[in-house]
Design a protein around this ligand. Structure first.
Ligand code: FAD
Length: 508
């Protein structure tokens, strides 16, 4: 593998990487490319997470690709169904053959003189070093570490006689049937796993330090179902997708504009679903405003039902210490448990942990500013995917991949060697990339790239704005600079290896 050169390399074969590859095939048909995937299968998140009940918390009309209809009945889908969808898409577009498994990218170094990236890659179980080059890099490595989830330092944890499980490393031998299960956390994983475990566990306790907004939604989409019966599949999907984009964006705007009303509405719905036996005000009224953190969605109110019928219960308190048989709480009580699930969040990691350098100088992602939510300031010929936190990830991912295709085609067409974005105003304020107050984002703030306060640097979690700026706004906007020209003979064939003959690539 060492020495191979590609026009484009994609890092990651998850939802975004497969989407990027499909877009490259159709929009940049002459470009050679491969996907480098650290694991031994595709699917990313949807292959890694295997805990009972794992599912989307966005509806699938916007989490699926715009170019390949989601045809399942369920609008909120299980992890396996999503994995199958990604796998089928990869096969249908012939991009499964371009994946190099067990290739973990460790570093990527840009050389302006050669106008190419050199990637240091660990391959195979023996972690052999290989070196690949490309003219353009698309990083679709997700947003969290694959080494495992975040676990706080629980006092006394070594005394606990039961098993503590990281949901990111769930295996089939986790024995919870008939057992007393403690789920620690209040985020998306906790609200998903509690009702799923409650079906077969003796009893499940969800222990949260503080409440989260939880919203109920039907797992089937009635409007989409009606459209499907009346219209051809592709048209019905498109309409259902746009309706969900509009409704989702309107609900987000409503919550941000009228937080008091949104808070009241969310609590009222939770109270109705829970009935009088559960203190909704205590356990479902967060200290923050709706959408200061991601809203947790529960399909068909499954969490509320589990709590209402007593198969699960909820406690809002903090752990004073683990004991031999469970936990003692700061508020004075105890919870006995055979198994504890640490649903305490993800460890966020920008750009798959890849060390970047440009012309020999290390790039610290936290010191860069994000251009159009897709490029890092001063880093040429690199686009990265970081999807929406307030809507389906794929909506942004797909716009970013289309933008990457525009750049690649433009470089080729004009024979330029590189393009990089640079803020003109050094005094522009730098803000957190995602303005969430949740622990995962606060913990990672120091290592994440920043967004700017204005213009193409202000990444605003708005599909409409991004739709216009990433798809249609002129590429020559003053911030993005194209430079160098490739020798005429090679410019059209090989955007990265200007002046150097391209080696044949096995993945073509
Ligand atoms: C349990 C769970 C549920 C979620 N549900 C939703 C939802 O309903 N809606 C939503 O919008 N978002 C959701 N998300 C966010 C979710 O991660 C995205 O929707 C989406 O799956 C991300 O796809 P991705 O391909 O960008 O990243 P990932 O799925 O994380 O895939 C990244 C891939 O890159 C590979 N990789 C990483 N680093 C390297 C490297 N250095 N070298 C080579 N390969 C590398 C990984 O092995 C992995 O295969 C959820 C996340 C989790 C954890």
């Amino acid at each position: 593998m060492t020495g191979e050169h590609f026009d484009v390399l994609i890092v990651g074969a998850g939802l975004s990487g497969i989407g990027a590859a499909c877009r490259l095939r159709t929009r940049c048909p002459g470009s050679s490319f491969a996907i480098l995937e650290a694991r031994d299968d595709l699917g990313g998140t949807w292959d890694v997470f295997r805990y009972p009940g794992v599912r989307s918390d966005s509806e699938m009309f916007t989490l699926s690709y715009s170019f390949r209809p989601w045809t399942h009945a369920a609008a909120i889908a299980g992890g396996r169904a999503i994995l199958t969808y990604i796998r089928d898409t990869a096969r249908e577009f012939g991009v499964d053959r371009r994946i190099r498994y067990r290739c973990k990218v460790r570093s990527a170094a840009w050389s302006s003189a050669e106008a190419r990236w050199t990637l240091e890659v660990e391959t195979g179980p023996e972690r052999r070093q290989a070196r690949l080059t490309c003219g353009f890099l698309i990083v679709c490595a997700g947003y969290y570490s694959y080494e495992g989830g975040y676990r706080p330092d629980f006092p006394g944890v070594e005394r606990f006689g039961g098993r503590i499980v990281d949901p990111q490393r769930w295996t089939d031998d986790v024995d919870y049937v008939g057992k007393r299960v403690l789920v620690i956390g209040s985020g998306a994983t906790a609200v998903t796993i509690v009702p799923a475990l409650a079906r077969r566990a003796g009893h499940v306790v969800m222990l949260q330090r503080s409440p989260t907004y939880v919203i109920e939604r039907a797992s089937r989409d009635g409007v989409a179902d009606a459209l499907r019966t009346a219209l051809p599949e592709r048209l019905a999907f498109r309409l259902a997708r746009w309706i969900n984009i509009v409704v989702g964006a309107a609900f987000y705007r409503f919550c941000r504009r009228f937080p008091g009303a949104a808070r009241w509405l969310l609590l009222a719905r939770a109270r109705d679903a829970l009935g009088p036996g559960v203190d909704a005000a205590k356990h479902f009224t967060p200290r923050y405003e709706p959408w200061d953190q991601r809203l947790c969605l529960v399909p068909d109110g499954d969490l509320f039902r589990a709590l209402r019928c007593g198969r699960a219960s909820i406690v809002t308190d903090t752990i004073a210490t683990f004991t031999e048989t469970g936990v003692a709480l700061a508020g004075g009580g105890t919870i006995e448990a055979d198994v504890a699930i640490a649903a305490t969040g993800l460890e966020l990691q920008p750009l798959g942990g890849i060390r970047l350098s440009v012309d020999g100088a290390e790039v610290e992602p936290a010191e860069t500013t994000v251009y159009k939510g897709a490029m890092l300031s001063g880093v040429p010929n690199l686009v990265f995917v970081f999807g929406y936190a307030t809507a389906a990830w794929t909506l942004k991912a797909d716009l970013v991949c289309l933008f990457a295709c525009r750049l690649i085609n433009r470089l080729k067409r004009r024979g330029s060697r590189q393009c990089a974005a640079q803020p003109g105003d050094p005094t522009m304020a730098k803000l957190p990339l995602v303005d969430f107050s949740s622990g995962a984002y606060r913990r990672a703030a120091a290592k994440m790239p920043k967004r700017g306060a204005k213009g193409p640097w202000a990444s605003r979690q708005s599909y409409w704005r991004d739709f216009l700026t990433l798809r249609f706004a002129p590429l020559d906007d003053g911030a993005l600079r194209f430079s160098g020209s490739a020798p005429a003979t090679t410019a059209r064939r090989d955007l990265g290896a200007a002046g150097a003959p391209r080696r044949p690539s096995a993945a073509r």
